[in-house]
Design a protein around this ligand. Structure first.
Ligand code: MN
Length: 200
C-alpha cells in the first residue's frame, strides 16, 4: 500500500494569524504531497521496502538499498517530518504541557524561556533549509538539535518531541525573510499536548 497524504488535523486557517491559511494549503497539499509521491516512486523501485513503516524507513535509513537511499532520506524524511509537524501544531491557546514535560524542560534547560531561546537559536543557525528539534535520547535527556534538508533525528537514534520547519516554504508568504519573527510567533501554535505525548 503506497503512502498517502492524511488531511490536516485542523482547518487550513486554524493557525491564523500566526501561520497563514495560504501557506498551510500549499505546504500541506503541494509540498507534503510531493514528498509522498517521490517516496512511493522510490519504493516501487525497491519493493523489498514496501512492508517497512515510515518510521523504519527513517530510523533504519542505513539499511535501505543504496540505489534509493538518497530519495528515501529526502522524501521519506519529508513525509515523516511533515506528518509530525502538522501534529505538533494546534490552534493557539488550546493545549498545555504536562507536568512531566514542563519539569523535564526545566531540568534540562533551566526554564521554558531558556529552552525557547536555545531552540530559536538552533533554528536561526540552520543555514538554508532544515529543521530544529527538541529531542529525547535513550536516557531521557532532552536536547535541541538541528537537521539539514529533511534529515530526521531518528536516524541518529534520537526521539523527536517537538520540531519546527525552517524551510522558506514554511513561512515566506507571511514573514518573507524574517525567520526570527516566524519562530517567535510559532510558539503560539505549538501543540503542547502532542509534545507531551511524544515525550512518552
Ligand atoms: Mn516543509
Amino acid at each position: 500500500m503506497p503512502f498517502e497524504l492524511a488531511p490536516l488535523p485542523y482547518a487550513y486557517n486554524a493557525l491564523e494569524p500566526f501561520v497563514d491559511e495560504r501557506t498551510m494549503q500549499i505546504h500541506h497539499d503541494k509540498h507534503h504531497q510531493a514528498y509522498i509521491t517521490n517516496l512511493n516512486a522510490a519504493i516501487e523501485k525497491a519493493p523489498e521496502l514496501a512492508t517497512w513503516s515510515l518510521t523504519d524507513l527513517v530510523a533504519k535509513l542505513g539499511q535501505t538499498p543504496e540505489s534509493v537511499r538518497g530519495v528515501i532520506r529526502n522524501h521519506g524524511g519529508g513525509h515523516w517530518n511533515h506528518d509530525f509537524f502538522w501534529n505538533v501544531m494546534a490552534p493557539a491557546g488550546t493545549t498545555k504541557a504536562t507536568a512531566k514535560l514542563s519539569s523535564a524542560i526545566d531540568a534540562n534547560f533551566g526554564s521554558l524561556d531558556n529552552f525557547k531561546a536555545e531552540f530559536e537559536k538552533s533554528a536561526m543557525g540552520r543555514f538554508g533549509s532544515g529543521w530544529a528539534w527538541l529531542v529525547s535520547d535513550s536516557a531521557g535527556k532532552l536536547t535541541v538539535v538541528s537537521t539539514a534538508n529533511q534529515d530526521n533525528p531518528l536516524t541518529d537514534g534520537l526521539t523527536p518531541v517537538l520540531g519546527v520547519d525552517v524551510w522558506e516554504h514554511a513561512y515566506y508568504l507571511k514573514y518573507q525573510n524574517l525567520r526570527a519573527e516566524y519562530l517567535k510567533q510559532w510558539w503560539n501554535v505549538v501543540n503542547w499536548d502532542q509534545a507531551s505525548k511524544n515525550l512518552g
